[in-house]
Design a protein around this ligand. Sequence first.
Ligand SMILES: Nc1nc2c(ncn2[C@@H]2O[C@H](COP(=O)(O)OP(=O)(O)OP(=O)(O)O)[C@@H](O)[C@H]2O)c(=O)[nH]1
Ligand SMILES: [Mg+2]
Length: 259
Amino acid sequence: MNLLAPVRRDRILAELPQCLRKEASLHTHKDFHPRVTCACQEHRTGTVGFKISKVIVVGDLSVGKTCLINRFCKDTFDKNYKATIGVDFEMERFEVLGVPFSLQLWDTAGQERFKCIASTYYRGAQAIIIVFNLNDVTSLEHTKQWLADALKENDPSSVLLFLVGSKKDLSTPAQYALMEKDALKVAKEIKAEFWAVSSLTGENVREFFFRVAALNFEANVLAELEKSGARRIGDVVRINSDDSNLYLTASKKKPTCCH
Ligand SMILES: Nc1nc2c(ncn2[C@@H]2O[C@H](COP(=O)(O)OP(=O)(O)OP(=O)(O)O)[C@@H](O)[C@H]2O)c(=O)[nH]1
Ligand SMILES: [Mg+2]
């Protein structure tokens, strides 16, 4: 993948994509955080534009992790099951509020015998997508264990969690409604955002990944702003000074918007 190639026109986000269900969402604000919008307008997003955010996709075997990624990244669907051996990954480039932003989507194996290889790739994730089959309650029950394993390698306080029910096309509205109730309960318990998708029809797939990209981007910009809070672009660093405050603000001009 050429990192310098222009971002595809259908990967440009000018607004915050909305959640699927308010009851189980990471936040329900209509727009990006005002500090984020402002930082993007003023080109104060630091290194975010060069960052690649790691996202791992975990869950039981055959729940549809590979199909989900392939539907979004390649717009393909394979009805034959080919188990993922260890891990695989895809890169997706976005442009959010005018800033380039990349996701590295790690597709991991659900089969027990490949799990130990896959788990060595969990570290450094900024988002965890836990997939279960909407037509198989056992796969939903297993999501907590998948999450616990993934969190052993990551910082629970900073990682974004998504609980995704797959194969929506296979359930009747009544079956779906029943399963959704249970899934929302789990999502709330683990503090994950709930989504229901079908890789066969494509239902909600694009909306879901756009939401993942947007929330990840927002978290990255906020973290960047926090990091540079004491030290803004334009600050002068005094070297060889015995003054404990090394940072002098070059311009005393008031900021034009929220900081
Ligand atoms: N009807 C339907 N079938 C699906 C859907 N998503 C996946 N499948 C089927 O489910 C099977 C397993 O899909 P995969 O994506 O390979 O599952 P996986 O979670 O990657 O499995 P592992 O790699 O072994 O962990 C395949 O036969 C897919 O065609 C869907 O949305 N609808
Ligand atoms: Mg797979």
